[in-house]
Write a protein that binds this ligand. Structure first.
Ligand code: IMP
Length: 183
């Protein structure tokens, strides 16, 4: 198995992720059957989770992509959320499902949710693979569907990066602290 030197340990294995994503797909299929939902991938971090999740959805749906970023090349949130909400996407009257990789301070999803609510969707739900509840800055903010709660750790893999690296790892892992402690 490919495991770069900078990895300290695997937190969530490929197999655990696979099972969880299949389970989330079953729940979401039941919820959205017959509603032709619009699944939104929040780039870049959720691209791997998104690709797996939509293939566990056994009903018609549409997909689209948005860009949100807050971290730059640091492992600490900057607090600035940059949203690039595609002007060409029509959310009005649609059952919209935002798919995120990780909920941390919740600044990104809070900003995105508020922006998309102005576009008058029929419904708007948030899905995240990972949640770090102890890091929340937007108090009380939760996703509607989540995969795993994790401790206050900086993680990479399965789409998540550090300085654009490690997105292709098939598991979620913790980096050795020396990799990012000088940023
Ligand atoms: P929030 O706005 O603080 O909730 O941060 C959400 C975004 O920060 C995520 O979509 C990720 O891109 C990034 N992020 C938060 N925690 C981590 C982490 O542990 N590893 C990699 N990226 C993270």
């Amino acid at each position: 198995m490919y495991c770069p030197n900078e990895i300290d340990r695997i937190l969530i294995s490929e197999e655990e992720i696979k099972q969880k994503v299949a389970e989330m797909g079953r729940v979401l299929t039941k919820e959205y059957e017959g509603k032709n939902p619009l699944f939104i991938c929040v780039l870049k971090g959720s691209v791997v989770f998104f690709a797996d999740l939509i293939r566990e959805m056994h009903c018609p749906l549409e997909i689209n992509f948005l860009k949100a970023s807050s971290y730059g090349n640091s492992s600490v949130s900057s607090g600035n959320v940059k949203l690039d909400v595609g002007a060409g996407i029509d959310f009005k009257g649609r059952h919209v499902v935002i798919v995120e990789d990780i909920l941390d301070t919740a600044r990104t999803l809070y900003a995105l949710k508020n922006e998309l609510l102005t576009r008058e969707p029929a419904s708007l739900k948030l899905v995240t693979l990972l949640d770090k509840p102890s890091r929340r800055v937007v108090k009380g903010f939760t996703a509607d569907y989540e995969g795993f709660d994790i401790d206050d750790l900086f993680v990479v893999g399965y789409g998540l990066d550090y300085d654009e690296r490690f997105r292709n790892l098939p598991y979620v892992a913790v980096l050795k602290p020396e990799v990012y402690e000088n940023t």
